[in-house]
Design a protein around this ligand. Structure first.
Ligand SMILES: C[C@@](CO)(OP(=O)(O)O)[C@H](O)COP(=O)(O)OP(=O)(O)OC[C@H]1O[C@@H](n2ccc(N)nc2=O)[C@H](O)[C@@H]1O
Ligand SMILES: Nc1ncnc2c1ncn2[C@@H]1O[C@H](COP(=O)(O)OP(=O)(O)O)[C@@H](O)[C@H]1O
Length: 272
């Protein structure tokens, strides 16, 4: 049995450069792996493979963690990619469609647990975000998300704001083709606000409340600030050894707030 963590990835700078003829977008981005992670148990001593997904009760609303477990699940696709048979249990903490690459990170964690030694860019077939998740740490990402270059480790604290709503990545890229960017740190922010207007309401409210720049993670719906929970005056209410959490009431509903920090690449390897 292998116990592995699948860290969330945070896109701390995101530019869309152009659109390819197949509809995919060429990007330039800087990403970091976070201590906020899904927890996987990978058992290879089985004759029938599969995946079970368990929501972490500490994180509240189970709907955002209810992920299909059929052949489209990223874990099953990673097993198929390797031609491996294993039973994988995922304790899901990273909400789906949150812009934190949870599905891609689960796939990358399975590849790491089962000793994948191939070219990381070959794993883009499992999702554009799988190669950076596989490499981990602080990376520069280009191409459609499949070209990954290592950057020196970054030691930073981040606070993630997880709203109740999710935002579809494909809908955001389509909206980007119509509305473009307004030039902030994430070129997808304007498009994500088109797809889900509650996002702008929430970003404005958080900026006014905490007097900190608030950014969008990937294609959303997570917003984040570079800070600790304490710096924002938030008290961690529900703790487990590796989880710092607070709840926030906002105009768009309750928001789960997570305090976390960047993971260095060697730390990631130790977990694997
Ligand atoms: C926006 C980013 C930034 O890190 O992440 P998330 O917000 O999803 O975490 C990524 O570019 C998301 O990558 P990923 O989530 O792996 O995308 P995929 O599932 O492979 O693609 C979903 C759809 O998004 C569009 N897509 C994706 C990647 C890309 N470079 N250009 C695109 O246009 C395509 O229409 C694709 O069908
Ligand atoms: N193991 C998985 N974890 C999360 N989502 C998954 C998984 N497998 C497949 N998916 C699907 O992939 C989509 C995007 O997943 P996710 O990686 O969580 O979001 P994002 O691309 O916004 O970071 C979701 O619609 C979800 O149904």
């Amino acid at each position: 049995m292998h116990h592995v963590e699948a860290p969330a990835k945070l896109t701390i700078r995101f530019e869309v450069r152009s659109r390819r003829s197949d509809g995919y977008h060429l990007i330039e981005a800087e990403m970091v792996a976070l201590s906020f992670a899904d927890l996987l148990k990978v058992d290879t001593a089985v004759s029938v493979g599969g995946v079970t997904m368990v929501a972490d009760p500490l994180l509240g609303d189970a709907d955002r963690y209810r992920v299909v477990v059929d052949a489209s699940n990223s874990v099953v696709r990673a097993l198929d990619f390797l031609g491996a048979t294993a039973q994988v249990e995922v304790k899901k903490r990273i909400p789906q469609s949150a812009g934190l690459g949870g599905g891609s990170s689960d796939a990358a964690a399975v590849l790491r647990a089962l000793g994948y030694q191939g070219d990381p860019s070959a794993t883009a077939i499992l999702g554009a975000d799988v190669p950076p998740s596989l490499v981990g740490g602080h990376v520069h990402v280009s191409g459609i998300g499949d070209e990954v270059e290592l950057l020196p480790d970054l030691r930073r604290d981040y606070v993630l704001f997880l709203p109740e709503f999710s935002i579809s990545t494909i809908a955001v890229y389509r909206a980007f083709d119509r509305v473009g960017s307004d030039g902030g740190g994430n070129d997808l922010f304007l498009a994500a606000c088109e797809v889900e207007p509650k996002l702008r309401l929430l970003a404005d409210e958080l900026e006014a409340r905490f007097h900190k720049p608030i950014m969008l993670a990937g294609s959303g719906s997570t917003l984040f600030a570079e800070a600790t929970l304490a710096e924002l005056g938030l008290v961690s209410q529900r703790t487990s050894p590796e989880l710092e959490l607070a709840m926030l009431s906002t105009l768009v509903g309750s928001v789960v707030v997570v305090g976390c920090h960047t993971l260095a690449r060697p730390e990631l390897n130790e977990h694997g």
